[in-house]
Write a protein of this length. Structure first.
Length: 252
């Protein structure tokens, strides 16, 4: 496992045989390690990279960035320093918004650096509301939110020590979500596929089409069984979708 000079990314399966890169942005309170289910299911030739936000794991001592646009700037700069490979980007929950803004920045700085955006478990940027003002996100409300999401949220709540260590990052991430506003008419120029869990209480199938105005290229959405954290149980199927949506260059 290697980290880049900026400490923003970790590649879990690097190698000279890699022909395609999938960069994954985690949910609120999540870390680069959130991509482990995808790493385990990754086929040969697909490098899986996790984005690490400041204030957690090996970046625990760094000041948090409680701003979606700030997180996107840091991630974009780090990805520009990576070796050149056809790259798809996947963001889950809060990570979908960070991924969306990161792709927009990459398109400005290096057109063609990203070939596809997968937005998972999140409402569209244009549907973001101000209902979650920072002052309202007490620890009790954050815990209630996690409990409502089930899956990973339930497991974290049941682990008192893990919850205690995760709360600072969760507070910062919810502040970032509360403050986020996309630029008017914000969109990407790459194909966009929205991934949703059929039973997701926050961003279900009824919200998927709201993402369509945010791309100038092809749009699609896929519904998976499960709730908000459906990716953990559908990793292999998701990676099949990634492969079918992207052409992996043939080695000479």
């Amino acid at each position: 496992m290697t980290t880049d000079a900026g400490r923003w990314t970790m590649s879990f399966n690097p190698g000279p045989e890699s022909r395609l890169r999938l960069v994954c942005f985690p949910h609120a309170g999540g870390s680069a390690g959130s991509v482990f289910p995808l790493v385990r299911a990754a086929p040969p030739g697909l490098e899986v990279v996790g984005v690490q936000y400041p204030g957690r794991q090996w970046r625990r001592t760094e000041p948090a960035v409680a701003d979606i646009h700030g997180l996107a700037r840091g991630a974009a700069d780090a990805l520009l320093a990576e070796r050149d490979l056809p790259t798809a980007v996947l963001g889950h929950s809060m990570g979908a918004l960070v991924a969306f803004e990161t792709v927009r920045l990459l398109e400005e700085k290096r057109p063609g650096a990203v070939t596809h955006l997968f937005a998972s478990g999140s409402r569209a940027p244009s549907c973001h509301t101000d209902e979650a003002r920072p002052a309202r996100w007490s620890d009790e409300r954050i815990i209630a939110e996690l409990r409502g999401l089930g899956g990973t949220g339930d497991r974290l709540i049941s682990d008192e020590e893990g919850l205690r260590s995760a709360l600072p990052a969760l507070r910062d991430d919810y502040r970032a979500l509360a403050a986020y506003r996309p630029a008017p008419g914000a969109r990407v120029g790459v194909p966009l596929t929205v991934l949703v869990g059929r039973g997701d209480p926050k961003a279900g199938p009824e919200h998927a089409a709201d993402w369509q105005p945010h791309t100038d290229a092809a749009f699609d959405f896929r519904v998976f069984p499960g709730g908000h954290f459906f990716l953990n149980e559908n990793a292999a199927e998701l990676l099949n979708l990634v492969q079918s949506s992207l052409v992996m260059p043939q080695r000479p």
